[in-house]
Design a protein around this ligand. Structure first.
Ligand code: XLS
Ligand code: NI
Ligand code: NI
Length: 436
């Protein structure tokens, strides 16, 4: 039986670009074919549980603004929350959802009760997923809200916290595995430090390396076929977080022998916090072979904080999908909205409207990106820019076939006199604007 939380709305339709219905898609048409593939299969949208159904609307100066009938720490409330969540997923037509253990089950008195509560709600999810066809993009453990994680989970100075966190992750991978999740995410919310005055960096790095190795080992033991993803973020909540950005995570994975096992979940807002663009993080992850999935939520450019807003900039989104498509698109990953309403957006329909807008912007970005790829609008120029490397001497030099001395001989003999060439940035920017 429907909860009635969203009123009459049961399914948001596609009505095309001319529609002025706020509860209709103007660009997201799941069955439209883009580069030979259905739009839904390209974008692989997921809605997250935590921001839409758990966050009370508080900020550092004010408390709860949202009043939701499921705001209570009981199993009944958890089931009502699940009912409404799946109604939202279905109304939006998102094929996937994501959750933390703490989002979906009441907080127990300790590990055993937490595990029981989680497993009870996972049973409930199994039925809901069966009924609705909604699938799990990824599961994860909340290793940052409870006070026991104040000084970190894997990187805590207290080995008992490490063990508690490891045991909790085990139960969350089990849950993800049972629900057929495509990925398992680790965001190191408290893996970092507040002050170096009390911190042993080298030890904490080895703890984090051991933790992730345990996770990967467990995945293989139970035959979980999903991808393990680490989500980089440079700060907030810690002053400094260890998984700073894609490059830092790659170094960490290499150091601990995990670069072939673990990929990244890149969040737009975290990229900005790290002083990068979203497309930089995506393109770098593609280049390093560790691109996995994205959290498609932006930050406010003025406040400089992780505000988790729904995306609304077609040009930025187009460049993100451009690099995703250029690398072959998603495999196990997808587009998760790790995004929340503004705290004044109180109405149930605001939840739908926010996702509809985000999904439409992504669809517009995807279409623009696909056309740029099909027309080779940028790639032809980039290819031509590096064409000199096809010359036999240049190819040999790159392959390690010359010493410095031999290169010097070649430069002299051939009389090389390189001339600078225009990088054409403005031209390329104008081309992108034509597609967006
Ligand atoms: C917080 C992170 C978090 C992860 C999942 O900033 O984005 O929401 O996506 O733990
Ligand atoms: Ni975030
Ligand atoms: Ni995130």
């Amino acid at each position: 039986m429907a909860t009635g939380f969203f009123g009459e709305v049961t399914r948001v339709p596609f009505e095309g670009p001319d529609s002025d219905n706020p509860l209709a898609f103007r660009h997201y048409d799941p069955d439209a074919i883009v580069m030979g593939k259905r739009m839904e299969d390209h974008l692989r949208f997921a809605a997250c549980y935590w921001h839409s159904f758990v966050w009370p609307g508080n900020d550092p100066f004010g408390g709860q603004t949202f009043e939701r009938p499921w705001f209570a720490d009981t199993m009944d409330a958890a089931r009502l929350k699940a009912d409404v969540a799946f109604e939202m997923f279905t109304a939006l037509g998102v094929p996937f959802f994501c959750f933390h253990d703490a989002d979906v089950r009441p907080e127990g008195k300790g590990f055993a009760e937490n595990t029981r509560n989680l497993s009870e709600i996972v049973d409930y999810f199994e039925k809901k997923m069966e009924e609705t066809g909604v699938k799990l993009l990824w599961g994860t453990a909340n290793l940052f809200s409870n006070r026991r994680y104040m000084a970190g989970a894997a990187t805590n100075p207290d080995p008992d916290v490490f063990a508690f966190a490891a045991a909790t992750v085990k139960t969350c991978i089990d849950a993800t595995h049972r629900l057929g999740g495509d990925n398992y995410v680790l965001w190191g919310g408290r893996e970092g430090y507040e002050t170096l005055l009390n911190t042993d960096l080298k030890r904490e790095d080895s703890q984090a390396g051991r933790f992730l190795n345990l996770v990967v080992d467990y995945k293989h033991r139970i035959g979980f076929k999903g991808t393990i993803l680490v989500e980089p973020k440079p700060q907030e909540p810690s002053k400094h977080q260890y998984d700073f950005d894609v490059a830092t995570v790659y170094g960490f994975l290499k150091r601990h022998g995990l670069e072939g096992e673990v990929k990244v979940n890149i969040e737009q807002g975290h990229a900005i916090l790290a002083g990068h663009s979203f497309e930089h993080e995506i393109a770098l992850a593609q280049a390093l072979g560790i691109f996995g999935s994205i959290d498609m939520n932006r930050n406010d450019y003025q406040s400089g904080w992780d505000t988790d807003q729904f995306p609304n900039n077609a040009a930025e989104v187009a460049l993100a999908y451009y690099h995703i498509l250029a690398g072959g698109g998603f495999s196990s990953g997808g587009t998760n909205f790790d995004a929340k309403l503004r705290r004044q957006s109180l109405d149930p329909q605001d939840l739908l409207i926010a996702h509809v807008g985000g999904m439409d912007i992504c669809a517009r970005g995807l279409k623009a990106a696909a056309r740029m790829i099909e027309d080779r609008a940028l790639s032809a120029f980039v290819e031509e820019r590096y064409a000199g490397w096809k010359v036999p001497e240049a190819a040999k030099m790159l392959a390690g076939g010359f010493t410095l001395g031999e290169i010097a001989d070649w430069v002299e003999k051939a009389g090389l006199d390189p001339q600078p060439r225009s990088g054409k940035q403005e031209l390329l920017e104008n081309i992108v604007n034509r597609y967006v």
